[in-house]
Design a protein around this ligand. Structure first.
Ligand code: FE2
Ligand code: FE2
Length: 160
């Protein structure tokens, strides 16, 4: 199957570090469920989260921002863990997707995984500035918020 990710090159050591930090999480059956839902264009929510996670990792390295990698990568991988297809009009429950999905993602992440407050904040604030009052509070949350915007724009324009 064709891979639809944000174009990023990493070396073997970087790939190994990501694998080590996210071992278990990336292949967890509940996380893999995100492959069943469409995010932007032909891209699944899983592919989107994976791209945001990889770009977050690269931005942190490029900026030398010294983010806590575990917080950064887990938060990025789970930032859209809301587990539904927002394109389906489910009796109007998805009408406010842009505003509500961070809460749904956070609820699922708390239910299935033992995540700390910093990871929770990454998920909670990733839709700033749409969710205007949820200003990211940490460097990890800022990086994921920025990476999400870049990846979403790329997917919407080039992977339709
Ligand atoms: Fe999102
Ligand atoms: Fe996203």
């Amino acid at each position: 199957m064709k891979k639809r990710g944000f174009p990023l090159k990493m070396n073997k050591a970087e790939e190994r570090e990501i694998e080590r930090i996210l071992s278990g999480l990336k292949s967890d059956p509940r996380v893999l469920k995100m492959k069943n839902f469409r995010q932007h264009g032909k891209v699944s929510t899983y592919e989107h989260c994976n791209s945001v996670m990889r770009l977050s990792y690269c931005l942190d390295k490029r900026f030398g921002s010294k983010a806590d990698k575990e917080t950064l990568l887990k938060g990025a991988m789970l930032h859209d863990f809301y587990l539904y297809d927002w394109h389906h009009k489910d009796n109007g429950t998805h009408d406010w997707h842009g505003f509500i999905h961070a809460d749904r993602a956070l609820k699922n992440a708390e239910k299935y995984f033992n995540i700390n407050d910093r990871v929770k904040d990454v998920i909670f604030s990733h839709m700033w500035p749409l969710n205007i009052s949820r200003i990211p509070k940490s460097r990890e949350a800022w990086i994921v918020c920025l990476a999400d915007k870049c990846v979403s724009l790329y997917e919407s324009v080039f992977l339709r």
